[in-house]
Structure formats: C-alpha cells, structure tokens
Design a protein around this ligand. Structure first.
Ligand SMILES: [Zn+2]
Length: 125
C-alpha cells in the first residue's frame, strides 16, 4: 500500500468526505496518476470530496463528487475520473511502468512483465 506521508497521498486523504474511512487502498505505482487526477479535479471543482479510492479488478476505482453536498454530479468531473480509471489499467500498480492485467492468486492485478513474474513466483513459492 501507499506511503500516506507522500504529498500526493496527503492531498487526497485531506479530501475524504466525513463518514468515509481515510484510506487509499491502492499500491504505489498509481500515486503519480492520483496526483495528476487530484490536480485536474481541483481546477474544475475546488471543493471536491473523495468517498473511496481503491483498486478493484485491477483498475483504479475512484469515487468522488464535485462538492460535499450529497448527490452532486458534473459530467466533466466524472469524465476526468473515468479517464484516470482507464489509464490505471495500463500502469503497473507497483512501479507505474507499462502494464497489462493478470490474475494471480485469484486476484486481478495490473502489472509490468517484471512485477507479474515476481508476483507469480511468490504465489507459487
Ligand atoms: Zn512494475
């Protein structure tokens, strides 16, 4: 999991809405992507809040809304998140390198070839 003291992680943790756990359930390879996502969202929605940020089926799953008021929606805001979630399916979760999706230990991972090999070896170890 991510080092929560890194500035990108801190910026997103500070956005987590009241009542949601202050967790980033993703691996470090996606942190630069999260940093860019946060920058883009901050520009169009300065008060945006994050509900959940996690890895699901080998892709980034980022639940956020443009303002703290429940049920707010904005197409541009949703589009930026969707693009980042799509981009995550091609970035190694562990190092951020070019990646594809693998199923290892009954779990979906997005990994570069080196990390996929390493993880498969550990799984069979
Ligand atoms: Zn990697």
């Amino acid at each position: 999991m991510i080092d929560e003291n890194l500035p990108e992680a801190q910026r997103i943790l500070a956005r987590i809405a009241v009542g949601w756990p202050e967790l980033l359930e993703v691996n470090p390879g996606w942190l630069p992507l999260l940093g860019r996502l946060d920058e883009q969202l901050s520009i169009i929605a300065p008060d945006y809040v994050v509900l959940q940020c996690k890895s699901k089926f080998g892709a980034l799953s980022f639940y956020a809304q443009p303002s703290p008021d429940p049920g707010t929606h904005d197409d541009e805001f949703a589009g930026i998140i969707h693009a980042a979630e799509w981009e995550s399916t091609r970035l190694c979760e562990l190092c951020g390198g070019p990646a594809q999706q693998y199923t290892i230990r009954l779990w979906s991972w997005t990994l570069c070839t080196d990390h996929a090999r390493q993880m498969a070896e550990e799984a069979h170890g």
